[in-house]
Ligand binder design. Sequence first.
Ligand code: FAD
Ligand code: FES
Length: 259
Amino acid sequence: MIQQEIMRVVSQREIARNIFELILEGAMVQQMKQPGQFVHILPNPGLDPLLRRPISVAHIDKMKNQFTVIYRAEGKGTNLLSQYTVNRQLDVLGPLGNGFPINATDSSETALLVGGGIGVPPLYELAKQLTKQGVETKHVLGFQSSEVVFYEKEFSRYGETYIATVDGSLGTKGFVTNVIAEKQLDFDVIFACGPTPMLNALQQEYKDKKGFLSMEQRMGCGIGACFACVCHVNEPVNGKDYVKVCSDGPVFPIGRVVL
Ligand code: FAD
Ligand code: FES
């Protein structure tokens, strides 16, 4: 059930350059089901900025009623968000969207998790949940440079973890696709989240594999009402040639959406 809640800031820290880890507490956590779901955060209860910001759930802790998001402070809304200190209150709508279907794979299979930049966070809860059900996970995480790399150690707890940086300052120089080719990574199912060019490259390469891609489309309402996030599909779904990323996704089977 989607709810709007005033949540408490438990902690906020900068974990890489302009990358913040924020832990929030509230009853909504009990409604969070799938990795890859997101929340819609209102950074300013005043008028500017007017719109909420969609941010993925990176880690769920139902025992403590807490969840973690990781975001890059770059524009007006996320810069405001980065100024929230412990015990302040934040207006959150969620949990939203359909996340990664973890039952699409089983313990006999290997899953490759591929993240680019701010697409990395939802893969962390995914790695945790897949590992819990006995699936072997491998992780390939791509960033611009070593200064903005985060959660390498955390992912390593769940499986082999490879880093790519565009400038070559850490790990393989280049893109996530370079790592997959260079290390000749074998897998049965691929899960990915990141910028559209990255998703497009993976969709072209692995269209015949089992896979799921999470999209970072610009959003308005976040609940399927405004059509801001509409994308075309390759084959009509239920008679429609488009999907709404916020309410039909943000995760789609590989090959479904025109990227
Ligand atoms: P501004 O420039 O002030 O934003 C202007 C407007 O553009 C806002 O309405 C904003 O929502 C929209 N916008 C700008 N860039 C994007 C973008 N790339 N995607 C969607 N809307 C955009 N970012 C993270 O750092 N961590 C996450 O875990 C994360 N998860 C996301 C999950 C989903 C489902 C989606 C759709 C996006 C996610 N993003 C995430 C991207 C994040 O929402 C944008 O970077 C953020 O909204 C930009 O806001 P701003 O205040 O920094 O920028
Ligand atoms: Fe409004 Fe998707 S953001 S319909």
